[in-house]
Design a binder for this molecule. Structure first.
Ligand code: GLN
Length: 500
């Protein structure tokens, strides 16, 4: 340890800085892991972590130190990363936020986890999320957080009376509070972008199929994608370069395209970049403070040489009913595997096999999950399939076509990640539709399978606002380049919530 890096400040370093400091042996992976573990334990109030294992984390860190010393370490050697508890891991339990997976220990690692480990990442622990990634507020979680005996909501570090967003709420809160330099998340309808926006961090969901879904507990398979959440686009680029890539033997929807180096074009000029702003994304439903932050961000882009053009995504509103038909339909099928036989929880008293299934699922699933299984089963049932499921599939295709029309006039689409900042815990009460409506700006890109990200772009009052950038298929490089240049010119992404 040299005098340049103070151990007590390690959590202020991002992924790129930590990787560099470790490669130059200015700090060891073991002391870095120790520092972050201590920090996580000193902030149980956020409820961000659901599993820690010091022995595993420190063993991984020591192994990273050995590889660094031997000169054969990966690009991210020694960097601590925490995983959303929807990625299965051999060294930590996996719950997907659900009681039905209590006691579940996976015999294998998710591909994303494995690829990051191969790059040298040290697993810091598992992060709270909405049950089966169904939610927008991390209020649907059903497992206790580290340091608590009871289930607690994850709190937003910018205002602990507020939600962190969801479903990757633990990931966003942990990164915002500097409990981890980076985390993994998954995004089915916005679960990386919306919590990143609400917690003032940067997160990217790549093109559908870019990252392997193997070992990601399935919610809606035609939408689910993994991605990194960190403080900067530079850090996200590093992680994304390691976690993407084909996985033909394990995920048939992973795309046959070699991994890319997303860091390479971060500094490209934005001169002449056409930024399309869909008029539907800045309408009446957007909070004035959010609109103002987005407008200033767009003005900043114009200063950087980009050109603002107006585009239209006319079916934006339809993305809500379409998504909330298709995602539950897929979920109802995916979640049929949780029957008390193969995984996790099983009711301990039952009359016969059917009664065992019924009681296990009744006890194991939370309200939102049950609601979606029922909606999904309904829209897939004989007599309703054509009216709902098939119709939604057709509109999904039209939504994807609308994007292709818009991309004739622009290179990147920009707008808010969400219409408001993070709301108060409990504010939406028992009204799930209030949560669903807040997904309006992230759902269209998800339905089209496009890459999208959120980056900090200012505040509405004391709460962060995220700028969403949506790219065309495989446009991750352009998104990260646009985000990085913005972050070179602004300091929103460096702001830290008070007390952290
Ligand atoms: N909020 C959306 C939902 O509840 C999206 C969740 C996600 O992306 N996993 O389904």
């Amino acid at each position: 340890m040299t005098s340049e890096i103070q151990n007590k400040d390690l959590h202020q370093l991002g992924v790129a800085q930590l990787a560099k400091a470790m490669a130059e042996r200015k700090v060891s992976a073991a002391e870095t892991a120790q520092h972050f573990l201590a920090r996580v334990k000193s902030h149980p109030e956020l409820g961000a972590f659901v599993a820690l294992n010091d022995d595993v984390t420190l063993a991984q860190a020591r192994a990273a130190d050995e590889k660094i010393a031997a000169g054969n370490a990966g690009a991210l050697a020694g960097v601590p990363v925490a995983h959303k508890d929807i990625f299965v891991t051999t060294d930590f339990p996996t719950t997907a936020g659900s009681r039905i997976l209590s006691g579940y220990q996976s015999p294998y690692d998710a591909t994303v986890v494995r690829k990051l480990a191969e790059a040298g990442v040290v697993t810091l622990g598992k992060l709270s999320c909405d049950e089966f990634a169904m939610g927008s507020a991390n209020e649907n979680v059903a497992v206790p957080a580290v340091g608590h005996d009871k289930v607690v909501p994850v709190r937003n570090p910018w205002d602990q009376d507020r939600i962190p967003g969801g479903s990757s709420g633990g990931s966003a809160a942990a990164v915002a509070a500097r409990l981890a330099p980076a985390a993994t998340g998954t995004d089915t309808g916005g679960s990386i972008r919306q919590p990143a926006s609400f917690c003032g961090i940067t997160g990217i969901k790549p093109t559908y199929g870019r990252a392997s879904r193997y070992g990601m507990v399935a919610f809606a398979s035609s939408l689910d994608q993994a991605g990194p959440m960190a403080r900067s686009a530079e850090d996200c680029a590093l992680l994304l370069s390691s976690l993407c890539g084909p996985d033909p033997d394990r995920d048939s929807t992973s795309l046959d395209r070699p991994a890319e180096n997303y860091s390479r074009s971060l500094n490209d000029s934005l001169e002449g970049l056409r930024i399309g702003v869909p008029k539907e994304f800045l309408g009446d439903g957007v909070a004035p403070g959010v609109r103002a932050a987005i407008e200033s961000a767009l003005a900043e882009y114009e200063k950087l040489g980009a050109k603002r053009v107006e585009v239209s995504l006319p079916r934006t509103e339809l993305s809500i009913p379409v998504y909330y038909i298709l995602a539950p339909a897929e979920a109802s099928s995916n979640l049929s595997r949780f029957d008390g036989v193969k995984f996790g929880h099983r009711a301990n008293q039952y009359a016969d096999l059917n009664d065992m299934y019924r009681k296990t699922r009744e006890q194991g699933f939370g309200d939102e999950v049950k609601r979606r299984i029922m909606i999904g089963t309904y829209v897939l049932s004989h007599g309703y399939y054509d009216a709902y499921y098939l119709q939604a599939q057709k509109v999904r295709r039209m939504i994807a076509d609308d994007f292709q029309n818009a991309f004739k006039d622009c290179d990147v689409i920009a707008g808010p990640a969400a219409p408001t900042v993070a709301w108060k815990i409990g504010e939406h009460g028992d009204d799930p539709v209030a949560d669903y409506l807040a997904d309006i700006f992230t759902l269209p890109g998800s339905l089209a399978g496009l890459p999208g990200m959120s980056l900090p772009a200012g505040f509405d009052g004391h709460m962060p606002v995220g700028l969403q950038l949506i790219g065309n298929y495989f446009g991750e490089t352009k998104l990260l380049n646009a985000a990085h240049r913005f972050q070179q010119a602004t300091d929103w992404h460096t702001r830290t919530p008070e007390g952290f």
